[in-house]
Write a protein that binds this ligand. Structure first.
Ligand SMILES: Cc1cc2nc3c(=O)[nH]c(=O)nc-3n(C[C@H](O)[C@H](O)[C@H](O)COP(=O)(O)OP(=O)(O)OC[C@H]3O[C@@H](n4cnc5c(N)ncnc54)[C@H](O)[C@@H]3O)c2cc1C
Length: 414
């Protein structure tokens, strides 16, 4: 079959790669000049297989007023006269229950573990370099009550296959001495030894290179899909800035761009851009000043990952700022908090970046046939976990398109 995949972020490229590997002719299209130029460019780098709990958790609504009042809060809300924003927020608020969150976490773990297993297979088979590190992850808590609720989460997740332990402050500092600067504030931590980190941009580029070398694959960059032309219940062409592409099937994997393509077909997916920021800090000569293990400062929702000779720091969820403009007040706030945690780290050479997480209210991606046309498929809405979930999402999509038995239950992602 000839399959046209729209979007060359981490989701589109992994989808195109697995479809090509399973024998299809593939045309991959992207509006930008190369792969991973948008949200997949400089994200937090976490392969967060065991931390897939949705943003819509039971404590979120009560924490929200405090977050909204605090200047350097991890969450900022800009209300808009935008029905889509309010539809999304209402669905998000409805999902903020313990039952919902526990169910979603269990469903997401099936997809994240599938992703991990596929990535490990690829790395065993024919490895490529994207600064992958299997150095474990510490979620550090500043509040004793949060350590207690983390304890419950650890025991729930143990039943679902996660290997995690709760550490005291002294154990945290023994494991990661770079956290000394916040020693006074540490109440405890969860340590997950088998978590990984890597550079999503390098991963996507490497896979893209492999894809380009495969028979039957064309990658057309600088090619914007303006419209999907539907006739007789099927998509017959992708109308692009460089002419038409005709294929037997079409995969919408263009993240934040998916609503614009799907709305004219009568589908308005609840995907909203949750803006976040990152800093990439060169570490030459100052490796001891930053963590070697991936760290999440839970209260501030800041993640730290060592990627090659840099430290990647990512944070913030800004709702209602659907641009990728770098706002100095948010970046200054982030830098202040980083300096408070790692006082010896030199941020003067840090490269700032912002991206929009293409998020559904329940934090679950949509990996599914699209009812609007017989030959249209979706792989969108990966929110804060697109890098973590990419391989599993592509494998699930490929099995669905090939009408093969699926590696996990596809129902939660439809
Ligand atoms: C601050 C931040 C930190 C993050 N940290 C992590 C992390 O630590 N771990 C993790 O797993 N995830 C993380 N994420 C989430 C992750 O980056 C995203 O889920 C992922 O990049 C989404 O990938 P995508 O391919 O769906 O979208 P994108 O990477 O945005 O790719 C979509 C592509 O589609 C193209 N496109 C759009 N419309 C069209 C069109 N009409 N025609 C042609 N092309 C089109 C775009 O040009 C783009 O290249 C983070 C995100 C942010 C913002």
């Amino acid at each position: 079959m000839h399959i046209c995949v729209i979007g060359a972020g981490v989701i589109g490229v992994t989808s195109a790669y697995l479809l090509a590997r399973s024998g299809h002719t593939v045309t991959l299209l992207d509006a930008l000049q190369g792969p991973a130029r948008l949200t997949s460019e400089a994200n937090g780098g976490q392969l967060s297989y065991s931390y897939v709990a949705p943003l819509a958790g039971p404590g979120v609504l009560t924490s929200m007023p405090g977050w909204l009042l605090h200047q350097d809060s991890p969450l900022r809300f800009h209300p808009r006269l935008d029905p889509h924003q309010w539809r999304w927020l209402l669905a998000f608020m409805k999902a903020c229950t313990a039952t919902h969150s526990a169910r979603t976490t269990a469903e997401m773990l099936t997809l994240s573990y599938l992703s991990r297993d596929i990535l490990h297979d690829w790395m065993n088979e024919d490895p490529f370099d994207f600064n992958l590190r299997k150095n474990g992850k510490l979620i550090v808590y500043r509040d004793a009550a949060q350590v207690e609720s983390a304890r419950q989460q650890v025991s729930q997740q143990a039943a679902l296959g996660s290997h995690q332990s709760i550490l005291s402050r002294d154990e945290v500092l023994a494991l990661e001495p770079a956290l000394q600067g916040m020693a006074h504030a540490i109440a405890g931590a969860i340590f997950t030894p088998d978590e990984e980190a890597g550079d999503c941009n390098l991963f996507t580029q490497a896979l893209f290179q492999r894809l380009q070398a495969m028979p039957g694959v064309s990658c057309l960059m600088n090619t914007t899909v303006n419209h999907l032309q539907r006739e007789g219940g099927r998509i017959v062409a992708a109308r692009t800035s460089n002419g038409s592409v005709q294929a037997d099937a079409y995969v919408v994997a263009n993240g934040m761009g998916s609503r614009d393509l799907l709305r004219p077909l009568g589908l308005n997916p609840l995907i909203y851009g949750l803006k976040g920021y990152s800093l990439t800090v060169p570490l030459h000569g100052q490796r001891h000043t930053s963590p070697d293990i991936s760290v999440t400062d839970y209260q501030r929702r800041i993640v730290y990952a060592r990627l090659g000779d840099t430290l990647r720091i990512a944070a913030m969820v800004d709702i209602g700022d659907e641009t990728i403009a770098l706002r100095p007040d948010r970046l200054d706030g982030l830098k202040r908090q980083v300096m408070d945690t790692f006082p010896a780290l030199d941020l003067s050479g840090a490269t700032p970046w912002a991206g929009l997480r293409p998020a559904t209210p329940q934090s679950k991606p949509i990996i599914s046939a699209c009812p609007q046309a017989d030959n249209l498929w979706l792989n969108v809405g990966h929110g804060a976990l697109g890098f973590t979930l990419a391989c599993g999402s592509a494998a699930l999509l490929t099995a669905l398109i090939n009408r093969q038995p699926t590696p996990i239950d596809p129902t939660p992602f439809q």
